[in-house]
Write a protein that binds this ligand. Structure first.
Ligand SMILES: Nc1ncnc2c1ncn2[C@@H]1O[C@H](COP(=O)(O)OP(=O)(O)O)[C@@H](O)[C@H]1O
Ligand SMILES: [Mg+2]
Length: 335
């Protein structure tokens, strides 16, 4: 029998760090014991490097380098992000989000999240991290009004969320999903970005000004007439962000917006969020990427076992490494 070959395209893009390491350990074992040749398209975390032998670097459709892992690391270095430039101005008096003992149990009695007490102040940039299944998306669904609290209550912009006002409150929020293709539906960048302006009372000139301003903001200037399918995934995520930003949201909720993007693309998306944050937009980001959380958010909140387990200022992350190891969010004392 011929030795099988395994081909995997960013297999861990949606997994938490612990589950990613487990997958790579299994692949490493298959490779050593069963001699399975394995080709993995790496994601930005670089977690595969512990188990890989060589790295192939591609650029503009061509092979740029093919090196042993050690040499790759020497030449390309470890992953770094550029820290945000401006400090965040938080208005402690105003809660944009307030969960008071809010829990959700799915049909069949499955716990989504235990009662959560959580608030997000105006202007804050908070990152939520936690293992797969820890309840992060359920918490976002409670905030978005997509599921009802089984106990407790949810307030947005100081107003208790009800069936009647949920639509109106949601209009003040911009949502950014993991996969931009769940969000994009128009056949040109221009139509996509300006879609939400349709029902507003704006003149053609005002609409054009807003489109141009937003295209510059998300770095897609000059691409107005292009079909979104012709953009890279990173550019499509920026387009999704543009279509959110043009509506001047007071709060942006982003659920893993950089998973599936490479480091350079992630950096651009995060810089755009940081820029919006410096303009006073409140941001709630769910991410598996601790480097991103540390470098761009103001506060980090950890979910574990359907509960909020830990909360700290992003700049103090070094004081919490042992806790993060205990909660199995990092393996050693580093990430
Ligand atoms: N639609 C659903 N129906 C039933 N159970 C669900 C549903 N969505 C999530 N869950 C369960 O709720 C728990 C929390 O999931 P989720 O909030 O998606 O976690 P995370 O986003 O942190 O991965 C998990 O045990 C998950 O299986
Ligand atoms: Mg989730």
């Amino acid at each position: 029998m011929k030795t099988p070959i395994l081909l995997l395209d960013q297999p861990t893009a949606e997994l938490d760090p612990k589950t990613s390491s487990e997958l790579y350990r299994h692949l490493g074992r298959l490779n050593r014991e069963k001699k399975v040749t394995t080709l993995v398209v790496m994601d930005k975390s670089g977690a595969v490097l512990k188990d890989a032998h060589r790295v192939l670097v591609m650029e503009a459709g061509m092979v740029k380098d093919f090196l042993p892992v050690g040499e790759y690391q020497k030449k390309y270095g470890c992953r770094k992000t550029n820290r945000r430039a401006k400090p965040i101005q938080v208005d402690e008096r105003l809660d944009v989000i307030k969960l008071s003992g809010a829990s959700h149990t799915y049909k069949g009695g499955i716990t989504g999240c235990q009662p959560l007490n959580f608030s997000l102040k105006k202007g804050d940039f908070t990152a939520v991290i936690g293992q797969n299944g820890s309840g992060k998306s359920t918490m976002l669904k409670l905030i978005e009004g997509l599921v009802k609290p089984t106990s407790g209550s949810v307030e947005l912009f100081g107003t208790p969320v009800t069936k009647k006002n949920v639509g109106e409150l949601r209009r003040r929020i911009g949502f950014l999903f993991q996969n931009p293709d769940d969000q994009i539906f128009c056949s040109s960048v221009r139509d996509e970005i300006s879609y939400v302006l349709k029902n507003k009372n704006l003149s053609a000139q005002q609409i054009e000004e807003k489109i141009q301003e937003t295209l510059v903001l998300v770095g897609l200037k000059g691409l107005d007439e292009i079909h979104p399918q012709r953009l890279s995934r990173g550019q499509r995520q920026l387009l999704a962000l543009g279509s959110v930003v043009i509506n001047d949201p007071e709060l942006i909720i982003a659920d893993e917006p950089t998973s599936g993007l490479n480091s350079a693309q992630s950096q651009v998306v995060m810089e755009k969020l940081a820029h919006l944050s410096s303009q006073g937009v409140t941001i709630l980001l769910v991410t598996h990427d601790l480097t991103e959380a540390r470098d761009f958010a103001n506060r980090i909140v950890v979910m574990h076992n359907h509960q909020l387990a830990l909360e700290f200022k992003a700049e103090k992350i070094d004081n919490y490494l042992n806790e993060l190891v205990r909660l199995e969010l990092i393996e050693g004392g580093d990430f």
